[in-house]
Ligand binder design. Sequence first.
Ligand code: FAD
Length: 459
Amino acid sequence: MTDGEFDVLILGAGSGGYACALRAAQLGLSVGLVEKGNLGGTCLHIGCIPTKALLHAAEIADQTRESAQFGVTATLDGIDMVGVNSYKDKVVARLFKGLTGLIQGRGITVIEGEGRMTGLRQLTVGDTTYAGRHLVLASGSYSRSLPGLDIDGERVLTSEHALRLDRVPSSVVVLGGGVIGCEFASVWASFGAEVTIVEALPRLLPVEDEASSKALERAFRKRRIQIRTGTPFQSVKVADEGVAVTVEGGDVIEAELLLVAVGRGPTSDGLGYDEQGVAMERGFVLADERCRTNLENVYAVGDIVPGLQLAHRGFQQGIFVAEDIAGLEPSPIDEAGIPRVTYSHPEVASVGLDEAAARAAYSDDAVETVTYDLGGNGKSQILMTQGFVKLVRRKDGPVIGVHLVGDRVGELIGEAQLIYNWEAYAEDVAPLVHAHPTQTEALGEAHLALAGKPLHAHA
Ligand code: FAD
């Protein structure tokens, strides 16, 4: 049977799906939101929020350990993972309650259960089929593994298992030096574990500017995190007491646990997308810049669509689709203008093109860069953090990339993304007044340098 028809029917209540639902309801559209798990999806329950809570606890551990450099006498007596998890879970629970209230308050119909696409704009959940004038696919992603690598949740973990650990492991091999791998490596090193990162590609955070990767690697090595880049994984032997990871070249690394952080695949298997004729590639749903699939009035948002797998991309796409359906003709989202942050110690953040991509896009002569060292920034010195602001611009043109390394620089990405998205020139930003002493001044200083009038930097 078909149970009514919604203006917008959404499969998946993660960042992409719920943002679409909230905005569509706000615009007066009727919304059906199908979810088999918890409203909020990966980001709220097993992604962004709980990992950042762990990273905050890790920062407190580091600051306690390093307190003497600030003249404060404190000793780190240990990490109580039950306490850390309870803090993390409370943060998630508060946000979950708030989100649930919002969804109810906007009159969105939540349909609990596992949905499947059974018609052009139809979803079946259990025995009931729901129809939408528009269908939005937002089923998200799952942690990938590698061939021959069995994830048992005991010795070999995904990030989801890692978030539930009730102890600090003595040692961990982190397979994958991307964002998730680097964040967990950072947390565990702060909590006192011996950490080795194994990454097949030549550098950590391979999608970031090379200078940022190098700075993070230097900082991690100083923190005694072992880094094996350019080192493909070969196999793992699991025993009662731990794992023995063999990498290309034959070296064996022993540890208590192996975290598999080799990327996230699309959740699309068995969901009927293929059968209904949705154009797909390697399990991802193909969508154009207006988030439209090849089928009329069928959209896709979030991690299921190839591109950056970030919550705020999902939010923005969800809002975009709701406004598109409501006929507001929103502007498409520029992927390069989506800010990216790795919340490790130190943090790495960026928006726009990195230097290599800019040189490839415009030619060597047409691109220039400037790097401002946080050594000249008062607030960074107060915090005792090192790093830089690197700007990439087209010669005599706008800033096309901003790259940041240092503790807390993730908070600067808001201004950086405004600069990039407004296609600002260095000369536009240089005269803006930044409060002193803040790390935002470093952005101002970098633009002063690019405009040819450096203040706290050598000419
Ligand atoms: P999801 O959030 O995965 O939501 C999809 C939803 O669909 C899920 O709730 C799922 O239960 C539901 N679903 C799937 N299939 C069905 C079905 N058949 N029937 C019913 N429901 C279904 N991003 C950031 O921007 N910042 C961060 O700091 C960050 N940290 C992260 C840390 C980790 C450890 C991980 C794993 C991810 C992190 N991310 C981060 C990425 C972010 O979580 C994702 O980009 C975001 O959640 C994607 O949203 P989505 O709506 O596409 O998918």
